[in-house]
Design a protein. Sequence first.
Length: 340
Amino acid sequence: MGITVIGSLNYDLVTYTDLVPSSGETIRANKFETHPGGKGSNQCNSIAKLKSKNLDYKVKMIGSVGNDSFGTQLVDLLKQNNVDVTDLAVLDNYQTGIATILVEEATGQNRILIAEGANGQSVYTPTQLEKLFPQSLQSLQNDEQDEYIVFQHEIPDPCSIMKWLKENRSTYQIIYNPSPFKKLSREQWLLSDILVVNEIEAMQIVESVYPKEEHTAYKLAIEKNFIEAYKTLCTDFQKKLVNQQNSATVIITLGSRGVLFCSKNEPTVGYLPAVSGIKVVDTTGAGDTFLGGIVSQLYEKKSLADAALFATTASSLAIQKRGAAESIPTHLQVLTTIKQ
């Protein structure tokens, strides 16, 4: 079958600067660029570029763009990467989503403002979902990993789609990257089979779902031993916060400190340090490139450790270039880097 991404498509307007202005302040910037973006689009392009060229499975994008030049460029890029855009809506009465991004050149760190535009129309009724995911596909499943559905949080209500899939297409694996973060109930978190969060999102989950004393205890534990505290949290999420019927996998990225991972089949938390000794140019697409690496490799039946190594390497290559979509490396580039 394949991997479907349901999510946002934005066009990025990027300003590179030495300083970020304060309220009422005007600063001369260094450079302005435009790039294809949006977490859904970035992740879909990443999966398509990072999948093995020896394996024949479909990568598909579901979402919405405006009938404008930005939307055309976003769709064209997906097509260039052999993504199926059959169910991507082009809307006449809405503008394509826009992300305004400030990048500090010294660190590569970014600040992002999003105007959702057409992304706000990516809401689907049960009838529409039946057409997007025909019952005939379900009957053809040979194992639980034949269909992956990837979500982020830049469309209005991903949880309603996830809930429908759990009730009607239970063998599909739901990959959830809840960025930008929104508070959810414990029941909503349990809709995901593979949860991918960064360190900040992990603690936001704790703050929103766990009792106050547990949140306080985790904060103190992190101050004392950062890695060990997040290992404990990774295990806790795996047992309590993801659906146990399929792979029940949790991955926590720790930025420059690396990545943690565990699953129902690999319950001992694994740790992989970040790639060191590289020049960081732009971190805008780092998380989406990592997600694409993880999803493509897990779909191709790689172990969690191997998938994490591949995804971490892919992300390290992406942050050495400007732009979110353009910085995504190819499958071959990642393998070559790992072998070096």
